[in-house]
Design a binder for this molecule. Structure first.
Ligand SMILES: Cc1cc2nc3c(=O)[nH]c(=O)nc-3n(C[C@H](O)[C@H](O)[C@H](O)COP(=O)(O)OP(=O)(O)OC[C@H]3O[C@@H](n4cnc5c(N)ncnc54)[C@H](O)[C@@H]3O)c2cc1C
Length: 428
């Protein structure tokens, strides 16, 4: 077991049993029967890499490590994202799609939840460039650098005065005669921004007018990009940014979508983003459960393993059953999503797309709640051991409290779902 603490609280025998290899074994025992052969093989491949990487680099997951140092190694293996095969940049991954990316996230989240959350923010910067690169060399270059882990990426939607209300932006873009744009405004809470070479941003030709939004790729070395780190104590290893864009000039070839295209581009990325957050919620739940179940099978009180007390055992079975059910559901959704995307050549018909948006919200809503409940209860069942710094449990506990806000808050998911209920009724 890695050392990530000054004072050991958990005894040697239990701490050793909580190692990454055993946690993976527990996960695999739960998943092998429901995964396809290809999914299970890929899951084990990523797990194998994480185990080797942890051992060879003596990773402790302690407070001094910089998770951004790990990008190139994971990028070399093709483990930053598997949502696409990336034929356009000659990668041609064999295992790709939302279901395969689920396997990648599961394995990586067990290894390190903060690293996995940060790489998820790179993926939401990669996806819009993938959709709109139009074979323009600089866009392909940015795509390749991020997919290969040479640089993290960030997505700039949220503004200090416009959070949930994303379509009434205040950041402006002014088109120039040569087709370039000048951007002015402020963005906030953008994961990875202080560490990223590349950013994808939205702005509008007229403040508060969602119909006039446009969409840009930005090199953060340009003049006019000013970024300060925002501290999020629950994810101390992640770098989030607050940016001031001051007369930032975006050349024409970096314009991913001109005026009037921004809103459509923003919405098309929401389903994969929300599904990835949901998948991370499920992965965090399995990670926390793996710790608590191993612990409860070994920890003795009143001369008995605590798992054998109903208060502990039945709480764990409840969390386990809920996590299993949502895992089955979201895996099925990912498989359907992949099948439909393939069938329709990557562009879903309007009615299917609308239904997928509702499902994306349902899963994001449920999996964020699941993670919040399971990670807290699992830590609680480990008593002091679950709250101290000896294991990754504190990371699970903290990160599980963030899932409900990112990618649209719980109330916003409710809002989207209730609008859907209304639209379905109108069709009766
Ligand atoms: C760790 C972290 C990482 C993030 N990463 C990114 C990123 O990479 N890129 C990016 O662009 N943004 C990112 N965000 C921003 C995130 O998406 C926003 O914080 C979120 O959308 C909420 O916006 P807000 O913070 O302004 O809250 P507000 O919109 O001000 O919401 C405050 C409260 O009001 C509620 N509320 C608002 N409107 C309604 C409504 N109509 N009905 C009911 N309730 C409502 C909300 O649910 C919330 O509870 C990140 C945030 C965090 C904390």
């Amino acid at each position: 077991m890695e050392k990530r603490f000054e004072t050991q609280v958990i005894n040697d025998k239990i701490l050793e049993k909580l190692n990454l290899a055993n946690r993976y074994k527990y996960l695999n025992e739960n998943l092998f029967s429901i995964l396809s052969d290809d999914q299970f093989t890929f899951l084990k491949e990523v797990q194998g890499f994480c185990l080797k990487f942890e051992k060879e680099n003596s990773i402790t997951h302690g407070p001094d490590e910089d998770i951004y140092d790990w990008y190139p190694s994971f990028g070399d293996q093709g483990y930053i994202t598997r949502q696409h095969n990336f034929e356009c940049i000659d990668l041609n991954y064999k295992e790709y799609g939302m279901a395969m990316d689920f396997m990648r996230i599961l394995a990586m989240d067990f290894f390190d939840p903060q690293f996995t959350m940060g790489s998820g923010a790179t993926v939401i910067c990669i996806n819009p460039i993938y959709e709109h690169h139009e074979n323009i060399p600089i866009r392909l270059e940015a795509l390749e650098e991020m997919v290969r882990g040479k640089s993290p990426g960030c997505l700039l939607i949220t503004e200090p005065e416009r959070g949930s209300d994303t379509v009434h932006m205040l950041t402006t873009c002014e088109e120039q005669e040569d087709g370039s744009f000048i951007l002015n405004g402020e963005k906030i809470f953008n994961t990875n921004a202080p560490k990223s070479k590349w950013a994808v941003a939205y702005a509008t030709a007229e403040k508060n007018n969602g119909n006039l939004m446009a969409h840009f790729l930005i090199n953060t070395n340009w003049e006019g990009w000013n970024c300060k780190r925002v501290g999020i104590p629950w994810t101390p290893k992640l770098y989030l940014g607050k940016e001031k864009l001051e007369n930032l000039k975006v050349p024409k070839e970096y314009v991913l979508g001109g005026i009037g295209k921004g809103r459509e581009h923003l919405f098309e990325g929401l389903v994969p983003e929300r599904i990835s957050i949901a998948v991370r919620g499920v992965s965090e739940s399995w990670g926390a459960l793996a710790h608590a179940i191993i612990y409860a099978n070994l920890r003795k009180q009143f001369d008995k393993e605590i798992l054998l007390f109903q208060g502990v055992g039945f709480t764990l079975t409840d969390l386990w059953a809920k996590t299993t059910a949502l895992t089955h559901g979201i895996l099925k959704f990912c498989e359907i999503y992949d099948t439909k995307m393939e069938k329709y050549g990557g562009k879903l018909p309007e009615n299917i797309s609308r239904a997928m948006v509702a499902s994306g919200s349902q899963y994001k809503y449920n999996c964020a709640l699941l993670s919040k409940k399971v990670c807290y209860e699992a830590a609680n069942l480990m008593g002091g051991a679950g709250l101290c710094d000896n294991t990754l449990m504190q990371d699970y506990l903290n990160i599980s409290r963030i899932q409900e806000i990112i990618g649209g808050s719980r109330q916003i998911q409710n809002f989207i779902m209730s609008r859907n209920l209304r639209n379905q009724f109108k069709n009766l």
